[in-house]
Design a protein around this ligand. Structure first.
Ligand code: GLA
Length: 380
Protein backbone atom coordinates (compact mmCIF):
# COMPACT_ATOMS: atom_id res chain seq x y z
CA UNK A 1 0.00 0.00 0.00
CA UNK A 2 1.22 3.47 -0.86
CA UNK A 3 1.88 5.95 1.94
CA UNK A 4 -0.73 8.68 1.34
CA UNK A 5 0.70 10.96 3.99
CA UNK A 6 4.13 10.63 2.36
CA UNK A 7 2.70 11.58 -1.04
CA UNK A 8 0.89 14.59 0.45
CA UNK A 9 3.99 15.69 2.33
CA UNK A 10 6.07 15.41 -0.82
CA UNK A 11 3.55 17.41 -2.84
CA UNK A 12 3.33 20.03 -0.10
CA UNK A 13 7.12 20.30 0.06
CA UNK A 14 7.32 20.68 -3.74
CA UNK A 15 4.60 23.33 -3.66
CA UNK A 16 6.42 25.30 -0.95
CA UNK A 17 9.74 25.10 -2.83
CA UNK A 18 7.96 26.11 -6.05
CA UNK A 19 6.23 29.07 -4.44
CA UNK A 20 9.37 30.25 -2.67
CA UNK A 21 11.45 29.82 -5.83
CA UNK A 22 8.86 31.77 -7.77
CA UNK A 23 8.87 34.59 -5.24
CA UNK A 24 12.65 34.88 -5.34
CA UNK A 25 13.22 34.57 -9.10
CA UNK A 26 10.11 36.12 -10.53
CA UNK A 27 8.45 39.25 -9.18
CA UNK A 28 4.68 39.00 -9.36
CA UNK A 29 2.87 41.21 -11.80
CA UNK A 30 0.22 43.37 -10.22
CA UNK A 31 -1.07 46.81 -9.26
CA UNK A 32 -0.61 48.73 -6.02
CA UNK A 33 -2.75 51.71 -5.20
CA UNK A 34 -2.09 54.48 -2.69
CA UNK A 35 -3.14 58.03 -1.95
CA UNK A 36 -0.89 60.50 -3.77
CA UNK A 37 -2.32 63.75 -2.38
CA UNK A 38 -5.21 66.16 -2.54
CA UNK A 39 -6.16 68.72 -5.17
CA UNK A 40 -7.01 72.29 -4.13
CA UNK A 41 -10.73 71.41 -4.15
CA UNK A 42 -10.10 68.57 -1.66
CA UNK A 43 -10.34 65.76 -4.20
CA UNK A 44 -8.13 62.80 -3.33
CA UNK A 45 -5.71 61.75 -6.04
CA UNK A 46 -4.16 58.32 -6.25
CA UNK A 47 -0.98 56.73 -7.48
CA UNK A 48 -1.09 53.33 -9.16
CA UNK A 49 2.06 51.25 -9.52
CA UNK A 50 2.00 48.55 -12.18
CA UNK A 51 4.63 45.80 -11.88
CA UNK A 52 5.38 43.02 -14.36
CA UNK A 53 7.07 39.70 -13.77
CA UNK A 54 10.37 41.12 -15.09
CA UNK A 55 10.40 43.61 -12.22
CA UNK A 56 9.65 46.66 -14.36
CA UNK A 57 7.53 49.20 -12.49
CA UNK A 58 5.49 52.08 -13.81
CA UNK A 59 3.71 54.54 -11.53
CA UNK A 60 0.81 56.56 -12.91
CA UNK A 61 -1.49 59.04 -11.21
CA UNK A 62 -5.09 59.80 -12.15
CA UNK A 63 -4.20 63.52 -11.90
CA UNK A 64 -3.52 64.42 -15.52
CA UNK A 65 -2.93 60.74 -16.33
CA UNK A 66 0.68 61.52 -15.50
CA UNK A 67 3.37 58.85 -15.74
CA UNK A 68 5.26 59.54 -12.50
CA UNK A 69 8.02 56.96 -12.79
CA UNK A 70 9.29 54.17 -15.03
CA UNK A 71 11.84 51.88 -13.40
CA UNK A 72 13.70 49.62 -15.83
CA UNK A 73 16.97 47.67 -15.54
CA UNK A 74 20.24 48.77 -17.09
CA UNK A 75 22.78 46.45 -18.75
CA UNK A 76 23.82 45.11 -15.32
CA UNK A 77 20.22 44.54 -14.29
CA UNK A 78 20.20 47.56 -11.98
CA UNK A 79 16.84 49.34 -12.04
CA UNK A 80 16.70 53.08 -12.59
CA UNK A 81 13.89 55.59 -12.98
CA UNK A 82 14.12 56.94 -16.53
CA UNK A 83 11.52 59.74 -16.44
CA UNK A 84 11.65 63.24 -14.95
CA UNK A 85 9.02 64.27 -12.43
CA UNK A 86 8.19 64.76 -8.77
CA UNK A 87 7.90 62.63 -5.63
CA UNK A 88 4.49 63.98 -4.67
CA UNK A 89 1.30 65.43 -6.10
CA UNK A 90 2.23 68.94 -4.91
CA UNK A 91 5.01 69.07 -7.51
CA UNK A 92 2.61 68.21 -10.31
CA UNK A 93 0.02 70.75 -9.08
CA UNK A 94 2.66 73.47 -9.38
CA UNK A 95 4.08 74.93 -12.57
CA UNK A 96 5.99 72.40 -14.66
CA UNK A 97 6.52 71.64 -18.36
CA UNK A 98 4.04 68.75 -18.73
CA UNK A 99 6.27 66.13 -17.04
CA UNK A 100 4.79 62.71 -17.91
CA UNK A 101 1.40 64.20 -18.72
CA UNK A 102 -1.46 63.03 -20.83
CA UNK A 103 -1.98 65.93 -23.18
CA UNK A 104 -5.28 66.96 -24.81
CA UNK A 105 -7.58 67.95 -26.33
CA UNK A 106 -4.99 69.11 -28.77
CA UNK A 107 -1.41 68.19 -27.99
CA UNK A 108 1.18 70.62 -29.39
CA UNK A 109 0.34 73.96 -30.98
CA UNK A 110 -2.61 75.51 -32.79
CA UNK A 111 -1.53 78.68 -34.61
CA UNK A 112 -2.99 82.01 -33.45
CA UNK A 113 -5.08 80.06 -30.92
CA UNK A 114 -8.00 79.63 -33.29
CA UNK A 115 -9.43 77.28 -35.90
CA UNK A 116 -12.51 76.94 -38.03
CA UNK A 117 -14.72 73.90 -38.25
CA UNK A 118 -17.98 73.67 -40.20
CA UNK A 119 -17.89 77.42 -40.87
CA UNK A 120 -17.64 78.30 -37.17
CA UNK A 121 -14.58 79.94 -35.64
CA UNK A 122 -13.40 78.48 -32.31
CA UNK A 123 -11.15 80.64 -30.12
CA UNK A 124 -8.68 79.02 -27.75
CA UNK A 125 -6.44 80.28 -24.96
CA UNK A 126 -3.23 81.84 -26.31
CA UNK A 127 -0.91 80.31 -23.68
CA UNK A 128 2.25 80.13 -25.80
CA UNK A 129 2.92 83.51 -27.43
CA UNK A 130 0.14 83.95 -29.98
CA UNK A 131 -0.54 80.20 -30.09
CA UNK A 132 -2.43 77.64 -28.07
CA UNK A 133 -0.26 74.90 -26.58
CA UNK A 134 -1.20 71.48 -25.20
CA UNK A 135 -4.94 71.96 -24.79
CA UNK A 136 -4.97 75.42 -23.18
CA UNK A 137 -4.87 76.74 -19.63
CA UNK A 138 -6.43 73.69 -17.99
CA UNK A 139 -5.88 70.89 -20.44
CA UNK A 140 -6.29 67.15 -19.88
CA UNK A 141 -2.98 67.17 -17.99
CA UNK A 142 -4.51 69.23 -15.15
CA UNK A 143 -7.72 67.26 -14.61
CA UNK A 144 -8.67 64.40 -12.31
CA UNK A 145 -9.47 61.26 -14.32
CA UNK A 146 -11.63 58.34 -13.20
CA UNK A 147 -9.39 55.32 -12.68
CA UNK A 148 -10.13 51.61 -12.93
CA UNK A 149 -7.56 48.94 -12.26
CA UNK A 150 -7.34 46.03 -14.69
CA UNK A 151 -5.28 43.37 -12.92
CA UNK A 152 -3.78 40.32 -14.62
CA UNK A 153 -0.61 39.10 -16.30
CA UNK A 154 -0.55 42.41 -18.16
CA UNK A 155 -1.59 44.87 -15.45
CA UNK A 156 -3.35 47.95 -16.78
CA UNK A 157 -4.91 51.19 -15.64
CA UNK A 158 -7.93 52.63 -17.41
CA UNK A 159 -8.48 56.37 -17.16
CA UNK A 160 -11.65 58.04 -18.39
CA UNK A 161 -13.07 61.53 -18.42
CA UNK A 162 -15.78 63.56 -20.07
CA UNK A 163 -14.50 66.80 -21.52
CA UNK A 164 -17.57 69.02 -21.77
CA UNK A 165 -18.68 70.91 -24.86
CA UNK A 166 -16.83 74.24 -24.76
CA UNK A 167 -14.08 73.15 -22.34
CA UNK A 168 -11.01 75.23 -23.20
CA UNK A 169 -12.95 76.47 -26.25
CA UNK A 170 -13.27 73.09 -28.00
CA UNK A 171 -16.64 71.93 -29.35
CA UNK A 172 -18.44 68.70 -28.42
CA UNK A 173 -18.80 66.54 -25.36
CA UNK A 174 -15.81 64.28 -25.68
CA UNK A 175 -15.61 60.94 -23.88
CA UNK A 176 -11.91 60.09 -23.63
CA UNK A 177 -10.45 56.80 -22.47
CA UNK A 178 -6.76 56.07 -22.03
CA UNK A 179 -5.47 52.64 -21.01
CA UNK A 180 -1.91 52.26 -19.79
CA UNK A 181 -0.76 48.61 -19.87
CA UNK A 182 2.52 47.14 -18.72
CA UNK A 183 3.45 44.20 -20.92
CA UNK A 184 5.64 41.23 -20.04
CA UNK A 185 8.27 42.38 -22.54
CA UNK A 186 8.95 45.61 -20.62
CA UNK A 187 6.76 47.92 -22.65
CA UNK A 188 4.36 50.60 -21.54
CA UNK A 189 1.49 50.49 -24.01
CA UNK A 190 -0.92 53.42 -24.24
CA UNK A 191 -4.29 53.00 -25.96
CA UNK A 192 -6.30 56.15 -26.56
CA UNK A 193 -9.97 56.10 -27.57
CA UNK A 194 -12.54 58.87 -27.80
CA UNK A 195 -16.01 59.70 -29.11
CA UNK A 196 -17.79 63.03 -29.51
CA UNK A 197 -21.34 64.33 -29.96
CA UNK A 198 -20.30 67.27 -32.21
CA UNK A 199 -17.56 67.69 -34.80
CA UNK A 200 -14.34 68.50 -32.96
CA UNK A 201 -10.56 68.28 -33.30
CA UNK A 202 -8.46 65.93 -31.25
CA UNK A 203 -4.79 65.11 -30.76
CA UNK A 204 -3.80 63.08 -27.70
CA UNK A 205 -0.28 62.27 -26.57
CA UNK A 206 1.91 61.51 -23.59
CA UNK A 207 4.60 64.02 -22.65
CA UNK A 208 7.12 61.88 -20.72
CA UNK A 209 10.64 63.30 -20.41
CA UNK A 210 13.15 60.45 -20.72
CA UNK A 211 16.73 60.17 -19.62
CA UNK A 212 17.88 56.58 -20.12
CA UNK A 213 20.82 57.07 -17.75
CA UNK A 214 18.26 57.84 -15.03
CA UNK A 215 16.41 61.05 -14.22
CA UNK A 216 18.67 63.76 -12.84
CA UNK A 217 21.80 62.10 -14.30
CA UNK A 218 23.05 64.87 -16.58
CA UNK A 219 22.15 65.64 -20.18
CA UNK A 220 21.00 63.33 -22.96
CA UNK A 221 23.42 64.61 -25.64
CA UNK A 222 25.29 61.31 -25.88
CA UNK A 223 22.13 59.23 -26.24
CA UNK A 224 21.92 57.85 -29.76
CA UNK A 225 18.71 58.56 -31.62
CA UNK A 226 17.11 56.92 -34.62
CA UNK A 227 13.91 58.44 -36.01
CA UNK A 228 12.17 56.55 -38.77
CA UNK A 229 11.31 59.65 -40.82
CA UNK A 230 12.38 60.87 -44.26
CA UNK A 231 10.67 64.22 -43.71
CA UNK A 232 9.88 66.71 -40.96
CA UNK A 233 7.58 69.71 -40.69
CA UNK A 234 9.69 72.91 -40.60
CA UNK A 235 8.42 75.66 -38.29
CA UNK A 236 8.30 79.45 -38.07
CA UNK A 237 9.82 81.43 -35.21
CA UNK A 238 6.73 80.69 -33.02
CA UNK A 239 7.14 76.93 -33.65
CA UNK A 240 4.10 76.64 -35.93
CA UNK A 241 4.64 74.41 -39.01
CA UNK A 242 4.87 76.29 -42.27
CA UNK A 243 2.91 73.54 -44.01
CA UNK A 244 5.91 72.20 -45.88
CA UNK A 245 7.02 68.57 -45.54
CA UNK A 246 10.79 68.89 -45.93
CA UNK A 247 13.30 66.12 -46.55
CA UNK A 248 15.71 65.46 -43.69
CA UNK A 249 18.47 64.65 -46.18
CA UNK A 250 21.56 66.79 -45.56
CA UNK A 251 20.03 68.50 -42.48
CA UNK A 252 20.55 68.12 -38.70
CA UNK A 253 17.15 66.38 -38.76
CA UNK A 254 18.41 63.25 -40.50
CA UNK A 255 18.17 60.59 -37.78
CA UNK A 256 17.51 57.72 -40.16
CA UNK A 257 20.84 56.31 -39.01
CA UNK A 258 21.37 56.31 -35.27
CA UNK A 259 23.21 59.54 -34.33
CA UNK A 260 24.15 61.10 -30.96
CA UNK A 261 21.49 63.69 -30.07
CA UNK A 262 24.21 66.26 -29.36
CA UNK A 263 26.06 65.85 -32.67
CA UNK A 264 24.17 68.62 -34.51
CA UNK A 265 21.96 70.15 -31.82
CA UNK A 266 23.71 73.54 -32.01
CA UNK A 267 24.19 73.53 -35.78
CA UNK A 268 24.11 76.82 -37.65
CA UNK A 269 20.67 76.06 -39.04
CA UNK A 270 17.56 78.25 -39.01
CA UNK A 271 15.27 75.40 -37.91
CA UNK A 272 17.57 74.45 -35.04
CA UNK A 273 17.65 78.12 -34.00
CA UNK A 274 13.84 78.39 -34.01
CA UNK A 275 13.59 75.30 -31.79
CA UNK A 276 16.60 76.28 -29.61
CA UNK A 277 17.62 72.69 -30.41
CA UNK A 278 15.19 69.98 -31.47
CA UNK A 279 11.51 70.80 -30.98
CA UNK A 280 10.09 69.52 -34.25
CA UNK A 281 7.51 67.16 -35.66
CA UNK A 282 8.78 64.32 -37.84
CA UNK A 283 6.65 62.71 -40.55
CA UNK A 284 6.91 59.02 -39.75
CA UNK A 285 7.65 56.47 -42.46
CA UNK A 286 4.81 54.03 -42.06
CA UNK A 287 3.88 50.66 -43.46
CA UNK A 288 0.09 50.45 -43.29
CA UNK A 289 -2.11 51.52 -40.40
CA UNK A 290 -0.87 49.35 -37.54
CA UNK A 291 1.86 49.92 -34.99
CA UNK A 292 5.15 50.74 -36.63
CA UNK A 293 8.58 51.64 -35.32
CA UNK A 294 8.94 55.41 -34.95
CA UNK A 295 12.17 55.79 -32.99
CA UNK A 296 14.90 53.93 -31.18
CA UNK A 297 17.10 55.56 -28.53
CA UNK A 298 20.17 54.02 -26.91
CA UNK A 299 22.19 55.23 -23.97
CA UNK A 300 25.66 53.73 -24.59
CA UNK A 301 26.60 54.23 -20.93
CA UNK A 302 23.78 52.36 -19.14
CA UNK A 303 22.93 50.20 -22.16
CA UNK A 304 19.23 51.05 -21.85
CA UNK A 305 17.31 51.12 -25.13
CA UNK A 306 13.91 52.70 -25.74
CA UNK A 307 11.87 51.86 -28.82
CA UNK A 308 8.75 53.83 -29.68
CA UNK A 309 6.08 52.24 -31.82
CA UNK A 310 2.91 54.03 -32.81
CA UNK A 311 -0.16 54.17 -35.03
CA UNK A 312 0.23 57.98 -35.27
CA UNK A 313 1.52 59.81 -38.35
CA UNK A 314 3.98 62.07 -36.48
CA UNK A 315 6.32 62.40 -33.54
CA UNK A 316 7.55 65.53 -31.75
CA UNK A 317 11.21 65.21 -30.86
CA UNK A 318 11.89 67.74 -28.11
CA UNK A 319 15.25 67.94 -26.34
CA UNK A 320 14.22 69.77 -23.16
CA UNK A 321 15.60 73.06 -24.47
CA UNK A 322 13.43 75.03 -22.03
CA UNK A 323 14.48 73.09 -18.94
CA UNK A 324 16.67 75.36 -16.82
CA UNK A 325 17.11 73.58 -13.50
CA UNK A 326 14.73 75.96 -11.73
CA UNK A 327 12.16 73.32 -10.68
CA UNK A 328 13.35 70.85 -8.04
CA UNK A 329 12.39 67.34 -9.13
CA UNK A 330 12.49 63.88 -7.53
CA UNK A 331 14.70 63.76 -4.44
CA UNK A 332 15.40 67.49 -4.89
CA UNK A 333 17.35 66.88 -8.11
CA UNK A 334 17.48 69.66 -10.64
CA UNK A 335 16.74 69.12 -14.29
CA UNK A 336 18.96 71.30 -16.42
CA UNK A 337 18.77 72.21 -20.08
CA UNK A 338 18.62 69.11 -22.30
CA UNK A 339 18.57 66.74 -19.35
CA UNK A 340 15.79 64.75 -21.05
CA UNK A 341 14.17 64.15 -24.41
CA UNK A 342 10.49 63.74 -25.31
CA UNK A 343 9.12 61.62 -28.13
CA UNK A 344 5.49 62.73 -28.33
CA UNK A 345 3.57 60.65 -30.84
CA UNK A 346 0.93 62.80 -32.46
CA UNK A 347 -0.83 64.28 -35.47
CA UNK A 348 1.09 67.20 -36.91
CA UNK A 349 0.96 70.50 -35.00
CA UNK A 350 -1.59 73.06 -36.21
CA UNK A 351 -3.43 70.47 -38.34
CA UNK A 352 -6.80 72.20 -37.76
CA UNK A 353 -5.41 75.16 -39.79
CA UNK A 354 -3.47 73.06 -42.31
CA UNK A 355 -5.88 71.32 -44.71
CA UNK A 356 -2.97 69.50 -46.40
CA UNK A 357 -1.99 67.72 -43.15
CA UNK A 358 -3.72 64.46 -42.09
CA UNK A 359 -7.05 65.43 -40.54
CA UNK A 360 -7.57 65.66 -36.77
CA UNK A 361 -11.34 66.07 -37.06
CA UNK A 362 -13.49 63.64 -35.07
CA UNK A 363 -17.19 63.42 -35.91
CA UNK A 364 -20.13 61.96 -34.01
CA UNK A 365 -20.46 58.24 -34.73
CA UNK A 366 -16.72 57.87 -35.32
CA UNK A 367 -14.31 56.40 -32.82
CA UNK A 368 -10.82 57.80 -32.33
CA UNK A 369 -8.22 55.16 -31.65
CA UNK A 370 -4.45 55.51 -31.38
CA UNK A 371 -1.82 53.33 -29.76
CA UNK A 372 1.74 54.07 -28.71
CA UNK A 373 4.21 51.64 -27.17
CA UNK A 374 7.35 52.62 -25.23
CA UNK A 375 9.41 49.42 -25.13
CA UNK A 376 12.56 49.06 -23.04
CA UNK A 377 15.49 46.68 -23.42
CA UNK A 378 19.28 46.74 -23.11
CA UNK A 379 22.12 46.66 -25.63
CA UNK A 380 25.33 44.72 -25.07
C1 GLA B 1 6.31 70.56 -26.23
C2 GLA B 1 6.63 71.71 -27.08
C3 GLA B 1 7.80 72.44 -26.52
C4 GLA B 1 7.58 72.84 -25.09
C5 GLA B 1 7.21 71.61 -24.29
C6 GLA B 1 6.81 71.96 -22.89
O1 GLA B 1 7.15 69.52 -26.44
O2 GLA B 1 6.82 71.38 -28.41
O3 GLA B 1 8.03 73.59 -27.27
O4 GLA B 1 6.55 73.77 -25.01
O5 GLA B 1 6.16 70.94 -24.89
O6 GLA B 1 7.74 72.82 -22.29
Amino acid sequence: MRCLTCTYSLLLALAIIGAAGGAVDKPKSGIERRTFGKMADGKTIELFTLTNSQGMRVAITNYGGIVVSIAVPDREGKPGDVVLGFDNLEGYLGKHPYFGALVGRYANRIGNARFELGGVEYKLAANNGPNSLHGGVQGFDKRAWTAREIPGEQPALELTRLSHDGEEGYPGNLHAKVVYSLTQDNALRIDYTATTDKDTVLNLTNHSYFNLAGEGKGDILKHEMMINADRFTPIDSTLIPTGELRTVEGTPFDFRKSTPIGARIDADDEQIKFGKGYDHNFVLNRAGHGLSLAARVTDPESGRVLEVLTTQPGIQFYTGNFLDGSIPGKGGKTYGRRSAFCLETQHFPDSPNKPSFPSTVLKPGESYHQTTVYRFSVSK
